[in-house]
Structures are given as structure tokens and as C-alpha cells.
Ligand binder design. Structure first.
Ligand code: MG
Length: 380
């Protein structure tokens, strides 16, 4: 806590937010006992809530803001997709069995005896899968509208992950398709859950392109930020169609973090991600329910803050660049409105312009992009 406070010291509102989040956070505190112990004592619902706060601290806090019915649906949706991702990411798992499991995972949705032992590269993920029967029982208590969405998205995502377990991300088209499977489908599924809750219009679930962009903007931000970490775990998601213009091997950038070619490549990756932001604005404008709005908008503001931090930053190639935790705390605690969100987008769009050399091709692209963004913002 102290080092985090220190980083936010020049931002007094963030210090206040961090402190009150710590107090408020106790209601949604991560349980101290290991998840394995909790599995023995907690009922299905409480286990699912505890698992959610263990496997995703920040997401668990945002989810708490949703109305109870929708919250349970989103909690199960997250845990099911976390299970799928755990299978995808376990590199010790024999390929043939992995593909079979990814493609058929959705068929287990109603099987109360289904658990998986010893899969996952983190203890909490392994425990989640070992006690997956609890997730299934909680799932079975959800409204049919929610259950159908969760099964459908699980089927599509599992098949997409299996396709990409066998091939690499090479072209920008591959990159968009992979991000669609692992994140765009989350955006599409969430819109369907929002419509099913009755809190948003029935038409929201048909906004596939905008919902997809919501997921792609977040996923591409993570892929850019995680360059270094992913490089050292057997998988890479940067498309060769982009990085191949600047280097012969993806490792060139970590070996030459300050080279102009490395930074140009990074900035092109960021520019590609920023292309989804106008859709994000259009999507957020469609939301009516305040709690759903905050749930949807907070990760998007965190993403643009992350992109601004990684833009033109050689540290991406040698470690992890993180956004101050105080910003997340502030966004979570204060009633983030559409206006506030758009102000954040404008503020960060100026950072990209400032950090790119005037007259460069990139600067021209950014100018055109920020013009489009400004128009979108004014439309409301
Ligand atoms: Mg994965």
C-alpha cells in the first residue's frame, strides 16, 4: 500500500480514493484463506464470489456495482471464461487433449459431476477447475436468458481458441480474429446479458460490431503491454504483418529497446488499438443504466491510460509498464459519468499527439484519429 500511495502522491484525489477504497474494499476483501480451504466450507455461490475476487481482484470490485441478478450472471460468465482461458494457457497440457477439451467445454455446462484436476499454471486457477462442479451448480440457478448466452459464448470462444492453438497470429486479420475470440466475444456476451437483464434495451444485444470493439480495445492494450512477459512464455500475439516491417525477429525489440525501429513498431501497435476507440464512444453512449455504464466504462478508461503510458516507451520491451493503482481506485469510487469518460479520452488523446514528433506520418494519423474522436464526442 505505501509504495502505491507514494506513486499517487502528486495526485491528492487519488490518495483519498486509495485510502477509502481500502476501507470500502473490506466488504469485498479477498478472503485470506487459500481458495482450496474455502472450497471445503463455502456454499456454491460464496465459493464463486471468493474465486472471483481471488482470480481477478479489480474486476471483482467493479462487478459488485451491478444489480444482484445481473451480478451473478456476470460472475459466472467470468468464471466460465476464466476456466477456458486456464485450459488455453496451460502449456504442459498435451495438444490433442487440449483441443478436444476447448471445443467441447460448453457441453459440460450442465454436468454437475464435471471437474478438472491439475490443469492451470496458477494455484487459484487449478483450484477453480478442481471445484468446477460448484460453478456449474451456481450456473444452473441463473435465469435461462443468462444461461443460454453463457453456453453460446463458451462454445464460440472454445472453438476459436482451439483454432488458434494450432496456428500463429501472423496477419492483422488473424490478430483481429484472435482478439474477437478471446475478448470481442466477451463484449458481445456482456451486451446480451445486459439486454437479458432488462436494464438495457433489447437492441443492445444486436450491436455486435460495437460490442466487439469494446473487447478488442481492452485485449489489444493487454497484448501490447504484455510484450515482454509473453515473449518469455512460448506465445506471442503481436502480428508479424506489423512487427515484420521493423525487424526480422520479435526478440529484436527486447534486445534494442531504444532503437527508433522498436519505438516505431510499438507506436504502430498502439495506433492500431486506438482505431477501436470511436466505437467505444458509440457503445458507451447506448448505455442507460448507471451501474452498467460504470462497469463497462472503467476498464476502457484504464486501457487508454495504459496505452498513453506505453506509447513511445522503451520500458515495454524490457518489463511491465503499469498505470498507477490510484487512477483505478478513483474511477471505481467516484460516480463515473459519460461526460467524465469522454474527458478522460480527450485528455489522453492529447498525450499521444504530444508524444509523437510533429510532421511524422504517425503524427498525421493521430491527428486524423483525434479529429474523428472529437466528432464522435461532439455528436452526443
Ligand atoms: Mg489465454
Amino acid at each position: 500500500m505505501i509504495p502505491t500511495l507514494y506513486k499517487s502522491a502528486l495526485h491528492p484525489r487519488e490518495v483519498r480514493a486509495l485510502l477509502s477504497l481500502k476501507i470500502k474494499g473490506q466488504r469485498f476483501a479477498v478472503p485470506k484463506e487459500p481458495l482450496n480451504t474455502l472450497a471445503m466450507t463455502l456454499n456454491d455461490e460464496d465459493f464463486c464470489c471468493a474465486a472471483l475476487s481471488k482470480v481477478s481482484r479489480s474486476f471483482a470490485v467493479v462487478i459488485q456495482q451491478l444489480s444482484e441478478n445481473l451480478r451473478n450472471g456476470v460472475c459466472v460468465f467470468y468464471l466460465v471464461l476464466r476456466a477456458l482461458d486456464t485450459i488455453e494457457d496451460d502449456m504442459r497440457f498435451p495438444q490433442a487433449e487440449k483441443l478436444e477439451l476447448l471445443r467441447n467445454f460448453y457441453k459440460k455446462s450442465y454436468d454437475e459431476d464435471f471437474t478438472l484436476q491439475n490443469i492451470g499454471d496458477q494455484e487459484d486457477y487449478r483450484v477453480l477447475l478442481a471445484h468446477y462442479d460448484k460453478v456449474i451448480r451456481f450456473f444452473k440457478g441463473l435465469d435461462k436468458g443468462y444461461r443460454d448466452v453463457i453456453v453460446d459464448i463458451t462454445k464460440k470462444m472454445g472453438n476459436g481458441m482451439a483454432d488458434f492453438a494450432e496456428k500463429e497470429v501472423v496477419t492483422i486479420e488473424d490478430y483481429n480474429l484472435y482478439c474477437h475470440y478471446v475478448a470481442g466475444l466477451v463484449g458481445i456476451g456482456l451486451s446480451e446479458l445486459f439486454s437479458a437483464s432488462g436494464l438495457e434495451s433489447p437492441g443492445l444485444k444486436s450491436q455486435h460490431d460495437l460490442s466487439n470493439s469494446m473487447g478488442l480495445f481492452l485485449q489489444k492494450t493487454n497484448i501490447i503491454r504484455d510484450y515482454h512477459e509473453d515473449l518469455f512464455s512460448d506465445r506471442t500475439f503481436w502480428p508479424k504483418e506489423i512487427w515484420g516491417k521493423y525487424a526480422d525477429k520479435l526478440t529484436f525489440f527486447t534486445e534494442n529497446p531504444h532503437a527508433p525501429k522498436s519505438l516505431d513498431c510499438l507506436n504502430e501497435m498502439v495506433m492500431n488499438a486506438l482505431g477501436h476507440l470511436p466505437d467505444v464512444v458509440d457503445y458507451l453512449r447506448l448505455l442507460k443504466d448507471k451501474s452498467i455504464f460504470r462497469f463497462a466504462a472503467i476498464p476502457q478508461v484504464m486501457a487508454i491510460a495504459t496505452l498513453a503510458a506505453v506509447f513511445n516507451n522503451p520500458k515495454v520491451f524490457t518489463g511491465v509498464v503499469k498505470v498507477r493503482k490510484g487512477l483505478a481506485a478513483r474511477l471505481i469510487l467516484y460516480d463515473l459519468s459519460l461526460d467524465d469518460t469522454l474527458k478522460y479520452f480527450k485528455k489522453y488523446s492529447r498525450v499521444f499527439l504530444r508524444k509523437s514528433p510533429a510532421g511524422s506520418e504517425l503524427h498525421k494519423q493521430l491527428l486524423a484519429w483525434s479529429k474523428t474522436l472529437d466528432q464522435k464526442i461532439k455528436e452526443g
